[in-house]
Design a protein around this ligand. Structure first.
Ligand code: GLP
Length: 241
């Protein structure tokens, strides 16, 4: 595990975006595993800026996202499809037909998950997986539990996740209670993983992720087993080290 310490969120966003930029330049037809949440927003702003300057070409890139709320339409402004479109895809030259997010409208969880696993499989592997970190140690929507789930599955969101994510919704009651998420095995199969962590509120959990035991109670701790992980974190997030 490599830890890249940054001064603040802007510095973190630029450094993490540079890793993605290098990936796209070195392998123009790469598969990017993408994430939502507030942490990657600055990264996407940098990628858009560099694309608009003519420095970055996404025409051959494919992407696969980690998760989606169950029951939200793609045009709902809280869906992760909408997030990806408005924060990144609408502003770069990626072919949207090559961007994938779980289908939140598929009511049958088995079907939604097996369809997504087939898509992941057909893409032939993720070159670079971007991750944020939940306050409870979740990655994607893999919540703390007593097992590491393998493939895409439907999860009941933890009360702490509903609490953390209610800031994006009109009220807590509007936060969906379930989501479809890529499993831990699929995440670990990525060739390279970059996790971005910002702010003092994540300092305690980040210490557990990096230095604590590998346990499904702290899902991101499984990253200790991957051979190529870079954690890009600001000083506030690293304040407990
Ligand atoms: C959400 C997403 C995760 C994200 C996490 C942290 O629940 N499902 O993929 O990493 O929250 O979000 P934030 O970066 O806003 O703290």
């Amino acid at each position: 595990m490599v830890i890249c310490r940054t001064k603040d969120y802007n510095d973190l966003s630029r450094k993490a975006a540079n890793i993605i930029r290098a990936q796209v330049i070195l392998k123009p037809d790469c598969v990017l595993g993408l994430a939502t949440g507030s942490s990657p927003v600055g990264i996407y702003q940098n990628l858009v800026k560099w694309h608009q300057k003519g420095d970055l070409d996404f025409s051959k890139v494919s992407s696969i996202n980690l998760d989606e709320y169950r029951g939200l339409r793609p045009d709902n402004d809280q869906s992760y499809r909408y997030f990806m479109d408005t924060n990144l895809f609408n502003h770069i030259n990626i072919d949207k037909a090559h961007t994938f997010v779980p289908n939140g409208l598929e009511e049958d969880p088995k079907k939604a998950c097996s369809n997504y696993d087939q898509i992941i499989e057909s893409m032939g592997g993720v070159d670079l997986q971007l991750l944020g970190l939940g306050h409870n140690g979740h990655i994607g929507f893999n919540e703390p539990s007593n097992v590491f789930p393998s493939g895409t599955h439907c999860v009941d969101l933890a009360p702490s996740t509903i609490e953390a994510n209610k800031r994006f919704f009109a009220s807590e009651a509007d936060v969906p209670r379930q989501a479809y998420t890529m499993g831990i095995r699929s995440i670990l199969l990525a060739k390279k993983i970059i996790m971005v962590v910002s702010g003092e509120g994540k300092a305690e959990i980040l210490k557990k992720v990096v230095c604590g035991p590998i346990t499904p109670e702290v899902p991101a701790s499984v990253l200790q087993l991957h051979r190529d992980v870079v954690i890009v974190a600001d000083e506030a997030a690293l304040s407990k080290f």
